[in-house]
Design a protein around this ligand. Sequence first.
Ligand code: IFM
Length: 537
Amino acid sequence: MFQKHSSKEKKMRMLKVVFVLIHLLAAAVLANPLSKNDFPPHFLFGASSSAYQVEDAANEDGRKPSIWDTFVHAAGNGAVSLCIYNLISAISKIHRGDKDIGCDQYHKYKEDVKLMVKMGLDAYRFSISWSRLVPDGKGPINPKGLQYYNNLINELISQGIQPHITLHHLDLPQALEDEYGGWLRRRVVKDFTAYADVCFREFGDRVKYWTTVNEGNLFAFGGYESGLLPPQRCSPSSIPNCSRGNSSTEPYLVAHHILLAHASAARLYRKKYQDKQHGFIGLNLLTFGFVPLTKTSDDINATQRAQDFYTGWFLNPLIFGEYPGIMKKNAGSRLPVFTKRESNLVKGSMDFLGINFYYTFLVKNNPDSLRSEDRSFTADMAAELEYLTGNGSSTYEHPITPWILKEILASLKKDYGNFPVYIHENGQQTQRNSSLDDRPRVKYLCKYIGSLLDILRDGVNLRGYFVWSFLDMFEVLNGYESSYGLYFIDLKDPALRRQSKLSSVWYSNFLNNGNIPKVTIMDIEKNASVLSNTVTA
Ligand code: IFM
């Protein structure tokens, strides 16, 4: 009896040891201890927003509408359209509210800067609303708009947070759209440069990082080929929700004007301000993971074409002074041509590149599209894109593919040289609701931020990372249905209080590594309740 009991005990002890060993192993494999201390001291961590999405006060203190206001209001309250015919529709269900509310940063900027300080952000990326600062797009400056941005910048600087400013984030003043068709006309280059001049002159003594245009490539595509972004233009013949536009020519024309406007503003900055202000000027692009659907050379070539069409479209001119050969061949005379002078102006006009990364697509060769009449930008690309969905619990969640981000940065370095890059946007989308337990976002951030160390080890000239987004805000593709925020805002709460989500606690722990123990995915999964206790409403 005694003997039997003892061998049972031994067995149990053995089992316990194995159990503990397996858990230790799992912890070693899964644990991703991460803190800001692991990064070079000058590497910046921040969070992002954009004017229309975060400011509110759309009709206050002299601000006039932008094309984004018009776009949102035209959709009607809660309009929903399911679109199936292009890149954006492949990834999104469009839901646009028509309320200009969300965060009210216009009035709450001090409160927000306090939160940024508490969180430990090095930098805050936001955009200036052109039509708040210069309501008609050109001409007189709005003193109240000027005051607001001065206040915000001063508040950030006084708290040790670097302002990183974008000049155009989908929001051309409606006045310029009405007067001459906005980005479709070359006149926009002059007006954009004059607006940039105001910003450099008024804020440049304190602002060191200027991005001319956010997601220039997506704006040209989404606003003028698919019509799913402001100013909602596309060929009525091919796309049902468009009453005006031309998807064959307009995306190319708009991209051309964006490049010229960027280059003209950069030239002005370099000539007139850079020596005194010691800042930097760059452009931002939405980057995509493109993966061939099969290993056939057809799909592999189509993948390269997709890269040339979406990224090379801007980077080739910026680095080499001309559009990619395949774009010239497939778009022919619909692709504008740079004069020698323009080519020299655009080439080398970027001190840094800002990239945003969320989406990966499987790419399939589609040569038939080249035979279609009335060829659009997508038809010229001759490739079909299938969105790689996430396997998270909500349909909104993006797949977590940090190795794709690593590949994108490696190929930018290989194809265009090792210029400074900032990741201006990256973050996880979830359904917008009151749950503060956003573990999918924590996991996403932990994985992507962890992968940055690898990217830096590869010698990529990466200078910083900004989470999209600081607050839950009005989302361009899904309105109030989904969000990316580190803080939840209940739209029914008249005070629009910022409520810490788990992700804000995680990011804050990561950033304040000196004071708070390192946090791992394991910790998050095991101790969500512990972290939740620190979440304050
Ligand atoms: O909300 C947008 C932002 O305005 C531009 N980049 C993508 C974000 C998420 O969709």
